[in-house]
Design a protein around this ligand. Structure first.
Ligand SMILES: Nc1ncnc2c1ncn2[C@@H]1O[C@H](COP(=O)(O)OP(=O)(O)OP(=O)(O)O)[C@@H](O)[C@H]1O
Length: 636
């Protein structure tokens, strides 16, 4: 037995969990929903993935969906859970208490992916899940609930270990799997679908996980459907019913109390005494390695035909019909809807919890901001010591332009460093969103609020050493204006990157596109090609929408206005040579920063206009982020 499993088995139940259970039970355990499917079929482009399935699972029951690889287990789960969208054609009916309802409203879907926030500990992960998924306002009761879940899923021993990510070594794969299931069951909805919840677990841990799930079904009157690969006899015994599928057809559906062994014997495929029933059945119906396609087809046809003519099938159809009839004669439906899968909290509470969670993630996740801060500090020292204490000689005019351009371009470009953390958070978002834990709006607002101070920290962190080392405009307010516009520019870049990561959730794709767009911004912002020389097409297509342009114009005004530059002595003929026409007169031998700005065509600069355009771009990207999350569904 692995150490992980023995820890699990030794995990103690918390001393007092009574209160937590009592509090919730009033809200959602009062009634259950019977899930039934009638003549269910599903095809994609003329390929039949499921055909003629009938059955039902009652509140408090757990159904196992089994079959060889490619039998249609995941498809069945997705179709019944209403997750197939518009991809294929669905036939037949999926019913809750005999009527068609919006399944997502009453159900949770526990996926196979362990999408978790890596820098949180196991306890923190469950704590936030409980906060988001349970209407418990009392902190002590909430902590009891957290402790109860830790014990139920054998996570007490690793409660204070980090989950782990690319940088931090965290809990084991099996512990991650259990944590993932635990957080997805916190909401305790009426119907729960689990896609292979025990994959990656050894048999003892699988038993414990399934036992916790079965206990929950009994205690909370949940209806549970679960696909599973070859459970051990003890785990198999935890299921009330089983649906064996082969090539999308039922080969057996019914109780797991030994009747299935009798059934297979009656159709000529005896299950040896003392053998593990699911293993034996799967051996019979798995024809993938027969090597003889005709024999394989004959065997599957035999199983399918036998089931079609069986008493079990007639019984399953009658049970579904009974459900349909009940729905027509019963008035209890209205009450059942209470405590369904709607959001646990109101919008503001969702924002509050998510803001706290994102804030803690941003503080702990090295990749999200801290790597960038370290890089920006290093760059600040490098730039500061390269552009060291610029003098007021006219030669520094170009240097100042370059310093400002490079500051914006490099810092904004490096927002791409946050993409891995954004993708990790996105996976968690989709899992939670799928189970209606919170609204998209609450998530986007929380994300927007949390990024603000952290982007400010990295902007200030860079500016303090860089600004003074480079010797930029030392006016009283210029330093603060510099930080403000740098912050806005970085915030737009950040917003653009999270939008791209939402649209293209693959690291390399998001990185490539973010780099491309940042390159485009650099080229068309007005530094390499003066604004007046940019062709009209690019002006309208990119220049006016370019965040680097608006921050650049504000920052060069901030830098040059108020400065005076000394001209060089004229090498031929004496007097002065000024590289910029001076408004101070021919004999002044100096020119002003305003002269520089006018010469370069930026005399019409406006701090307000720049600020408004940058804020408008932030709003645009954040709204587009919201729309993307609403519209774009993860692949099923
Ligand atoms: N979008 C699709 N287009 C065409 N065929 C598909 C599509 N999705 C699934 N299939 C096919 O449908 C069959 C059932 O797939 P499904 O993933 O449901 O099987 P499964 O029993 O869950 O398999 P496994 O145990 O390997 O996960 C497979 O033959 C698969 O190739």
């Amino acid at each position: 037995m692995s150490k992980e499993t023995s820890d699990f088995l030794m995990a103690e139940r918390p001393p007092s969990t009574e209160t937590a259970v009592t509090v919730d039970s009033t809200s959602s355990a009062s009634s259950g929903l019977t899930l039934s499917w009638k003549d269910l079929g599903y095809t994609i482009k003329d390929k039949t993935l499921l055909s003629g399935l009938n059955g039902c699972v009652e509140p408090g029951q757990v159904l196992a969906v089994m079959g060889p690889s490619g039998a249609g287990k995941s498809t069945f789960l997705d179709v019944v859970a209403g997750r197939k969208g518009k991809v294929g054609s669905l036939y037949g009916q999926v019913l809750l208490n005999g009527t068609q309802r919006a399944m997502k409203k009453y159900s949770s879907y526990v996926t196979q992916d362990d999408s978790l926030i890596g820098c949180f500990t196991v306890r923190e992960t469950i704590r936030y899940a409980v906060e988001l998924g349970q209407p418990i306002s009392n902190k002590k009761v909430r902590e009891d609930k957290v402790q109860e879940l830790l014990a139920q899923f054998g996570l007490v021993k690793c409660a204070d270990s980090p989950v782990g990510d690319a940088i931090i070594r965290g809990i084991s794969g099996g512990e991650k799997r259990r944590l993932s299931i635990a957080v997805q069951l916190v909401k305790e909805p009426k119907i729960i679908f689990l896609d292979e919840p025990t994959s990656g677990l050894d048999s003892a841990a699988s038993f414990k996980v399934m036992e916790a799930i079965r206990d929950m079904a009994r205690r909370r009157k949940c209806t549970i459907v679960c696909s599973i690969h070859q459970p051990s006899p003890s785990t198999y015994a935890l299921f009330d019913k089983v649906l064996f599928l082969a090539r999308g057809n039922t080969v057996y559906y019914g109780p797991t109390n030994g009747i299935e062994a009798e059934y297979f014997k009656s159709v000529g495929h005896e299950i040896p005494v003392h053998s593990n029933v699911p293993d034996a059945v799967l051996d019979h119906i798995n024809v993938d390695f027969l090597g003889d396609e005709e024999l394989a087809n004959t065997r599957i046809d035999h199983f399918v035909k036998s089931w079609t003519q069986s008493a079990g099938r007639v019984e399953s159809i009658s049970s579904v019909d009974a459900e349909l009839k009940k729905a027509h004669t019963s008035n209890e439906d209205a009450g059942i809807i209470v405590g369904g899968g709607d959001y646990t909290h109101g919008f503001l509470k969702q924002v509050e919890i998510l803001t706290r969670r994102n804030f803690q993630n941003a503080l702990k996740n090295i990749l999200l901001f801290w790597v960038r801060l370290a890089m920006y500090l290093a760059m600040a020292i490098l730039m500061g010591t390269t552009w060291l204490r610029m003098s007021d000689n006219q030669n520094t005019v170009q240097d100042r332009f370059s310093a400002i351009f490079f500051t914006i371009a490099f810092l904004a470009f490096m927002s791409v460093a946050g993409i891995p953390a954004v993708l990790e958070e996105r996976a968690v978002f989709y899992r939670e969103r799928m189970n209606r834990t919170y609204s998209v709006g609450a998530y986007v607002i929380a994300n927007t609020l949390v990024s603000m101070p952290f982007v400010l920290i990295i902007a200030v962190g860079f500016s303090i050493p860089a600004y003074w080392l480079m010797g930029m405009n030392s006016g009283a307010s210029n330093f603060f204006v510099f930080i403000a516009y740098l912050w806005l520019a970085l915030y737009v870049a950040e917003s653009m990157v999270i939008l791209l990561a939402a649209i293209f959730p693959i690291f390399v794709a998001a990185l490539t596109l973010a780099s491309f767009f940042n390159g485009l911004e650099m080229v068309t912002q007005g530094y390499f090609v003066r604004r007046q020389n940019i062709p009209a097409f690019w002006k309208y297509v990119f220049h006016y929408w370019n965040y680097q342009k608006w921050s650049w114009e504000a920052l060069i005004a901030n830098e040059f206005v108020g400065l005076t530059f000394q001209c060089n002595p004229n090498p031929v003929g004496g007097g002065c040579f000024c590289s910029i026409p001076s408004s101070l007169g021919p004999d002044a031998c100096k020119f002003t920063g305003e002269d520089v700005i006018a010469e370069y065509g930026y005399g019409d600069y406006s701090y307000w206009k720049s600020a408004v355009c940058l804020i408008a771009l932030i709003v645009f990207f954040r709204l587009a982020f919201y729309v993307t999350l609403r519209v774009k569904k993860p692949k099923v």
